[in-house]
Design a protein around this ligand. Structure first.
Ligand code: SF4
Ligand code: SF4
Length: 585
């Protein structure tokens, strides 16, 4: 049963250049001597390193763990030894922390755990496995798949195999050669989302992929449908594809899940199938190597972290022929800054274009208000207005004109007769706005922290003042009992009371009568104890202490009154009686 298609606004039909790279089967690229594996993906948080320098690791072993739900695990793409954990430049010039592995050439695998009974797993269990397998959106966005799957109330799951940008054929080859895996991934996603229907969307320029997916779909129920969409750039844009297949528009500033739809890329589905069915995490991806400056054009299965220079050497790259080296296709591709930087989980295409393929654009001239950009914009924006406000850095009108809805597809730049690099202005403006928002957020947090501290200090001061006032009131009502109440705070007063009591106890400690004591010594002890009793009374000592001291004095006095005590002989009584520190006899 074919599904009804709708339309989206604008779009273009540039030369496809798909045949340049889709004639040969996928080849496995050789493993390099050194892998440079980034800890962060294009989006989400960086993973935390769990290996140490010098540690030997095996292929597929976890080397960094996610720190939150926006992160994913990172794995060793081949076996070897960790030789550095360092910051390195990425293909497009950003700096990212990376784990560097000197490979051993053996590619010794870590033990994998397949999950053949995954149909009995809960959505949470499956999402956890996807996060642990390090899976991110492989269509280029790099958004953590597990996090995207946390959306609820999904009616339609779209598997995006449109691959609309010129030159890129990685998804095409994946569908041709791995259709079963793609659909297994789709089934896992369906189980997680409980989507009522699953639509696999493929542009009509991929006949072989359509055939393979159709055959694999026969074994699935009616819930799974193939949607062949017209070849028009950017039909593979998430919002455009949703509109094509459902006729619904994602609300401005909203997400597909807001209208009950979720989209996942073909490559992501295959990676999910590998992770769940065989336990193999995301350690490699299919990348298209194309353009006139590459002689061995085609699709390679590349280990994540392989330096691009290693792959270019292997594919017959001709530096002299290369006019532009891009990560991505001819419209959205980003200029590669460092050819030694590694391939990442989102590198779906390397385009080494000759001057003929991608000539330099003519110098920009003033806008002639032809309106072609607005006609072609698939997001129904007014690029000429956005251009005006981006140039003059007026951020408020930019928000009003929907800059955040710009998908950076480059269609406006492509059609502009004045050769204005419109999309470059929009990307720069978005970055500036984001930086400004981040700064505002940081300032807001700092202000909140300051205000909360001030409030806490004021509260403490008020409480202290209230306690002081209460003590004062008590002192007025009962001056004797609260003699010191207005001078010390409760804690200090308790400490002082404890100190006084300890002192009094020490004072009350009687000396044990010594059997060898003489009358002279007993007299001396009596004097000491009498003095202590007098001091204790002066200090308002506890009655128990006074009693103990009095008992000690009475004992000494009774010893002294005993006629048998010689001036030089020990006291018999002192031999048989002892006074303990508490004064009990
Ligand atoms: S296409 Fe170019 S020249 Fe025409 S309105 Fe847009 S910005 Fe101006
Ligand atoms: S880059 Fe943005 S403004 Fe230009 S056509 Fe695409 S969505 Fe529209």
């Amino acid at each position: 049963m074919s599904i009804q298609l709708f339309d989206f606004h604008g779009g273009i039909c540039p030369p496809e250049h798909k045949a340049d790279s889709n004639a040969e089967p996928i080849r496995a690229a050789p493993i390099p001597q050194q892998l440079v594996i980034p800890l962060s993906q294009r989006q989400g948080s960086a993973a935390r390193v769990i290996v140490r320098l010098g540690q030997a690791v095996r292929t597929g072993e976890t080397i960094a763990e996610p720190v939150d739900e926006l992160g994913v695990a990172v794995h060793a793409s081949s076996s070897g030894v960790i030789t550095a954990i360092d910051h390195r430049v990425t293909l497009t010039g950003e700096v990212a922390e990376c784990i560097i592995i000197d490979t051993d050439g053996i590619d010794r695998w870590h033990a994998m755990t397949p999950h053949p009974t995954w149909r009995e797993y809960s959505p949470i269990q499956l999402i956890d496995l996807i996060q642990s397998a390090g899976i991110v959106g492989m269509g280029g966005a790099g958004f953590p798949t597990a996090h995207k799957l946390s959306a609820s109330h999904i009616d339609t799951l779209i598997i995006n195999g449109a691959e609309c940008e010129p030159y890129i054929t990685a998804d095409d080859l994946t569908m041709r050669e791995r259709a079963e895996r793609v659909l297994l991934g789709a089934e896992i996603l369906q189980q997680i989302t409980a989507a009522r229907r699953v639509l696999i969307a493929i542009e009509d320029n991929k006949a072989e992929a359509i055939e393979q997916i159709s055959s694999a779909l026969v074994a699935r129920g009616e819930q799974y449908q193939l949607a062949t969409v017209p070849t028009r750039y950017p039909s593979g844009g998430e919002k455009q594809l949703i509109q094509l297949l459902t006729g619904e528009q994602v609300p401005q500033g909203g997400l597909p899940a807001d209208i009950g739809v979720i989209c996942h890329n073909i490559g992501t589905c295959a990676a999910i199938a590998d992770a769940i069915a065989t336990g193999v995490p995301l350690i490699s991806r299919i990348t298209t190597f194309t353009g006139g400056a590459i002689s061995q054009r085609g699709n390679l299965e590349v280990r994540i972290g392989t330096p691009l220079s290693h792959l270019l050497n292997w594919t017959g790259f001709d530096q002299d022929q290369c006019h532009k080296l891009l990560a991505g296709g001819s419209i959205m591709g980003k200029l590669i800054i460092d050819g030694d930087a590694p391939v990442t989980k989102t590198t779906h295409c390397i385009l080494a274009a000759t001057h003929t393929e991608l000539p330099d654009p003519a110098p920009a001239s003033p806008c002639i208000r032809c309106g072609l950009c607005a006609e072609a914009c698939p997001a129904k924006l007014l690029p000429q207005q956005l251009y005006w406000y981006s140039r003059s850095r007026q951020f408020e009108p930019l928000a009003k004109y929907g800059l955040t809805d710009c998908i950076e597809c480059g269609v406006c730049t492509y059609v502009c007769p004045s050769s204005i690099p419109l999309v470059d202005y929009f990307v720069t403006a978005k970055t500036e706005i984001k930086t400004k928002q981040d700064e505002q957020q940081r300032a807001e947090h700092a202000r909140e922290r300051f205000e909360s501290r001030q409030a806490r200090l004021a509260r403490d001061a008020n409480e202290k003042e209230a306690a002081r006032a209460a003590r004062k009131a008590q002192a007025t009502a009962n001056p004797e009992q609260s003699r010191f109440a207005d001078q010390l705070d409760p804690v200090q007063a308790a400490i002082e009371r404890a100190k006084t009591k300890k002192k009094q106890l020490l004072m009350a400690q009687p000396e044990t009568p010594d059997p060898s004591v003489t009358r002279l010594e007993l007299t001396s002890q009596l004097e000491v104890m009498s003095q202590r009793l007098s001091d204790a009374k002066l200090n308002n000592a506890d009655q128990k202490i006074l009693t103990a001291l009095e008992a000690s004095i009475a004992l000494i006095q009774s010893q002294l009154s005993d006629d048998r005590i010689d001036e030089s002989k020990p006291s018999d009584l002192a031999e048989s009686k002892h006074i303990n520190p508490a004064g009990d006899i």
